[in-house]
Each structure stands twice: as C-alpha cells, then as structure tokens.
Write a protein of this length. Structure first.
Lengths: 306, 300
C-alpha cells in the first residue's frame, strides 16, 4: 500500500511541471499586456515596469526564475492589484471556495449515494421512477440555470435566503450556492449508485448471503455497499473537478469572493501572474485529489493494489 | 437420442426459424430502440427543435438583431411570442438563433472529440505494449490539467471566435472518448470470436471491418450522443461568463446570462431559452440512454 501511494505521488511531479510550463508560455505569448491601458505610458515608465516584474529578461530566464519561485511556494506579485502578492489574494479567496466546495461535495456524495441506494432497493416502483426522473432533471439543468431559478424562488418570492453575498460564510448565505453547485452531482451520484447497486444485488455472493438467512438490511450495508461504491469512488475525481470548475459560475452569480471569481476577474484584467497562479493551484488540487481517489480505490478494490 | 425422427424434425424447424428471425446487429438495435418510448419521443422532439432552429429565423418577420426602442422588455404577446429583451429584440427569433449556435457548437464539438478520441484510443488499443502505456500516460497527465481554466484564458486572450471555442472544448472532451475506445478495442482483441475468425482464415482487414468496427461503433455512437449535450453545456458555460459568442449573435448560454440578470422584472427572458435548452438536453440524454440499451452487447 505504501509503495502504491509513493508511486502515485512521484507520478504527479511531471504532470505538475507540464502544467506550469504550459500556463507560463501561454501567458508569455498571449497578445496584449496587463499594462497596456488607454493612456500610453512613456517608454521609460514601461521599461521600469518591465524591469520591476522581470519582463525585460530573456524568456527562458524568466521561466526558470518563475519555476524556482513556484517550487518554493511563491507565486509572485499580482500585475493588477499592485499592493498584493498572488499568494495573498489566493489565500484570501481559497477558504471561501473550499468551504462551499467541500460542503457541496460531501452533500452530493452522501445524499446521492443514499438516494441511489433507496432507488435500487425499490427498483421499478413509483419511488424509483420519480427519484430517477428528478435525477435526470438535475443532470440536464446546468448550474447557471438552476442558480437563478433558486434565487427567483427562494430569495425573491419566498425571501427565505439572501440572493447573494458571503458575510463570512454564515449558514443562510451558503444554502443556495451549495444547492446550485451540488444538484448535478447529487443526481449523477444517485444514478451511478443505483446502477452499480442493482448489479451487485444480483450477484452470486448476495444470493449466498440471503440463503444463509441474513437480514436484508444487514446484507445491503455489510456486503453490497462496499463493492457498489467502486464506480462512485471513481466518479469522485471528475465530480471534484466539476465542482471546482463550477465555482466560477456559482461565485459569479452569488457574488462570492472565492477562487472562481478571482480567476475570471484576473483573466478579464489580463493579470498574468494571478491567472497563472490560480491555474497552477487548481491543477495542483486536481492532482492531489485524483491521487487521493486512486488510493481510496485501491483501498476499496484489492484488485488494483496487486 | 438426438437421431430419432421427431428430434431431427424439431432441429430442422428450429434452424429454419432461426433463419427467418435472423437479424443483423443493427436491425436488432433499431428494433430495440424503436420500442423505447422515451427515446423515440425524444428523437421526434429533437428533430422538431432542429428543424425549427433552422427554419424559424428564416420565416420570422423579425431579424434576430432588429432592435425596437418602443418595445423594450415587452412581455410575451401575439406579436412577440416570447416577448422582447432589454434592447427590444424579438426573443422568439433569438431563442431559435441561439439554439442554432448551441446545437452547431454541440455537434461540431462532439465530432472533434469523437474523431480525435476514437483514433487515439483505437491506435493505443490496437498497437498495445509500450506504445499503449506511453499513450495512456500522456492521457493521464492531460486529465490533471484544469482545461476549463485554460480555455477561459485562451478565449480571453486570443479573441472570442466561435471556431476557436468549439475546437477548444472538443479538444478537451476527447479524453474520455479515447479511454473508452481503447478499453473496448483491448477487450475485443482477446475475445474468442476474433480468435475464431483468425483460425478460420478470415483476413485481418475483414476482421476489423466485420467484427471490430461494428462493436466499437456502438459505444462510440452512444457516447457521441451523450457528448453533444455536454458540449452544449460547455459552450453555454463560456457564454454565460461572457466569453462565448459575441453580440448581436447569441446562443442559449448567452440568452440565459441576459435572462438571469433581468429575471426579477422579466422572467420570460430566462424561462424560454432555459426551457428550450433543458428540453434539448433531456432529449439527447434519453436518446443516448436508449442507444446504450439498444446496443449493449451484454443485453443481446
């Protein structure tokens, strides 16, 4: 198991390098510059600015400097928010996204698996059909349709929850963003769980367990749940990626000061260092999370370990 | 026991029956698909939507970029069936024009993804060995890159043109396709019926044509149908952020974005495009599910 984890961690290093390299050169060769405002600056001023951010050096040298800085955990100064470093901006925004994202993720997994299991146990009854058609609705309803609809119903008409804002993450401000973000994944997890649960319940070892006279709930919880979780666990990686990507939309709609909003603003402002910093950070999160999922899979399914 | 007359007769009749009922893989799949009500209804609705996004804008008295300053934010009426938007443009036409763009991006994006993914996956699966391992390693690396973010960067910096957008999103989506096709090819290569064909002297080309392609095609068809809605969603996602198609052209995503801003005063600006998009996505998903059920070799 330790060897497996070590291998997985070592494999992440080249991926990280490629990501840093791609985003660096994409930024360098992008047309336009964060300093090209409507007012053309005198050449001397431009020179000074370029010198300050090290943009006057050859590209290769800039690259190696950036790389060594990133490895040490320094993402450099922001080009647009002049008094801040990228690290400061990111560390202010990350907790917001992490809080919403993790709540949405846990909600999606727990609720999705529960609903999917119930639907599987009541296969082909009205309960199954109604749960699964609701799930289909959740899948085709993108977050940027769902979120405005939620605001329309729950904030404008019913006035239960605020339509946006953060207020240090108090609960009533989190309900709608979390719902808007997680519905798609609740639905997907439910569908996946239902499918694999039905397959597992039809397998021979469950029949054996039943013929031994074990109670049905014991069989489901003790024997069926773990093998049925395999496809669920492997979908956790894509779900995590989707929730992070989705934060761009949700944070824009609800006006939350998170990573997604920071990234969109940075891209619009052509704040190169900030865009690179956020991209690298998110890539890093993807890699770490995928590694965790793989390790989890290896834990659930012994076949992968050996 | 087998040689008594009655059994022989039965055997004869049985094989005759087989001959009558023998159907090809595709006939079989078509019959299964036609029996699936949800999928057939979806197919009909989808054809109607496709026809209307093509023809409604041509036949309508309004153009999608006609502004009418005397009819801003007008509610649905006999003149403007879906009402008007904040610039007094007819939302009925705009919804269909938007659908045209969304469907086009969806289909073309899916096509890009399917072609790249199938070629990559099939190559990897056929050659196998070291090449396969290297190609899969590359795929794994690509999996960890936050592509949506790179696309946002690409689109903001290199201009917002529609071709770039669907090439970009198609290029993201091929990863899954490649994995699926590779897995399928790999498992097919070692199947008994392929070996049997080898043994009985079928040429390699004929094996590929008769056995490999039809078997991979099914799964490719299913996933392409499921890719189209996800492409439409991706385009809408970009349009929603203001990075997709540019004014006065529009797409469902762009319409939704405008509608979401004015929903307190003009809910129809959100509800009509949203309804069309959700229905389209529903249809694609049901057709995809129907195709999967119809083509699943396990069911046959």
């Amino acid at each position: 198991m330790f060897k497996f984890i070590l291998k997985r961690v070592l494999e992440a290093i080249p991926t990280m390098l490629i990501l840093i390299t791609v985003s660096f050169f994409l930024m360098r060769f992008a047309p336009g510059s964060p300093f090209s405002s409507e007012r053309t600056l005198p050449p001397q001023v431009m020179e000074n600015i370029n010198a300050k951010y090290g943009l006057d050096k050859p590209v290769l040298e800039q690259y190696t400097t950036y790389l060594t800085n990133v490895i040490q955990g320094d993402l450099g100064p922001s080009f647009k928010y002049k008094d801040f470093t990228v690290n400061e901006l990111v560390s202010a925004a990350l907790p917001v996204s992490a809080k919403i994202g993790s709540v949405a993720f846990v909600f999606a997994v727990v609720f999705g698996v529960a609903v999917g299991t119930i639907a599987a146990l009541r296969q082909n009854t009205w309960l199954d059909y109604s749960v699964m058609s609701t799930a289909m609705l959740g899948i085709v309803m993108p977050s940027f349709v769902l979120a405005p609809v939620l605001i329309y119903i729950f904030s404008i008409n019913l006035g239960w929850f605020p339509a946006g804002g953060w207020l240090d993450g108090s609960i009533q401000y989190m309900v709608l963003p979390v719902l808007g973000m997680s519905m798609l994944y609740v639905a997907t997890f439910a569908r996946i769980t239902r499918g694999s649960m039905i397959e597992v319940l039809n397998s021979n070892f469950i029949r054996t367990a039943r013929s031994k006279g074990l109670s049905y709930s014991y069989i489901v919880l003790r024997h069926a749940l773990k093998p049925a979780m395999l496809p669920v666990v492997s979908y956790m990686g894509p779900a995590f990626v989707g929730i992070i990507t989705g934060s761009v939309v949700i944070e824009t709609i609800f006006g939350l000061p998170g990573i997604g909003k920071l990234f969109v603003n940075a891209a619009f402002n052509r704040d190169y260092s900030l865009v690179m910093g956020v991209t690298i950070l998110i890539g890093f999160l993807f890699i770490v999370f995928n590694a965790i999922v793989d390790i989890l899979l290896a834990y659930v399914d012994p076949k992968i370990r050996y | 026991m087998l040689t008594n007359k009655q059994n022989l007769d039965a055997l004869d009749k049985f094989s005759e029956n087989l001959e009558i009922e023998g159907r090809s893989l595709w006939q079989d799949a078509r019959i299964r698909f036609m029996r699936n009500k949800a999928a057939m209804v979806s197919l009909v609705i989808l054809v109607l939507i496709t026809l209307s996004v093509i023809f409604v804008p041509m036949l309508s008295e309004f153009a999608f970029d006609d502004t009418d300053w005397y009819a801003l934010h007008e509610a649905p009426s006999a003149v403007h069936l879906f009402g008007t938007d904040s610039l007094g443009r007819d939302l009925f036409v705009r919804t269909f024009i938007g659908g045209r763009i969304s469907l086009m991006v969806g289909v073309l994006g899916a096509l890009v993804a399917v072609v790249i993914g199938t070629v990559y996956g099939a190559t990897s699966g056929f050659i196998g060995g070291k090449t396969d391992r290297a190609m899969m390693r590359i795929l794994e690396i690509l999996y960890s890159i936050p592509f949506m973010f790179l696309v946002i960067v690409l689109v903001t910096f290199f201009g917002r043109n529609i071709i770039l957008i669907f090439v970009a999103i198609g290029a993201i989506a091929w990863l899954d396709m490649a994995r699926i096709v590779r897995g399928q090819t790999l498992s097919l290569r070692s199947k008994e019926f392929i070996e049997a064909a080898h043994v009985s002297g079928v040429s390699k080309w004929n094996i590929i044509r008769r056995h490999i392609i039809p078997n991979v095609l099914g799964i490719v068809a299913v996933y392409s149908t499921l890719l189209v809605p996800s492409m439409i969603l991706t385009e809408s996602f970009l349009s929603f952020l203001g990075l997709g198609v540019q004014e006065p052209m529009t797409s469902w995503g762009a319409l939704l974005q405008e509608g979401a801003q004015t929903m307190e005063v003009a809910i129809w600006q959100l509800s009509f495009p949203a309804a069309f998009m959700v229905i389209t996505l529903f249809c694609f998903n049901y057709i995809g599910d129907g195709l999967r059920d119809a083509l699943d070799p396990k069911d046959r």
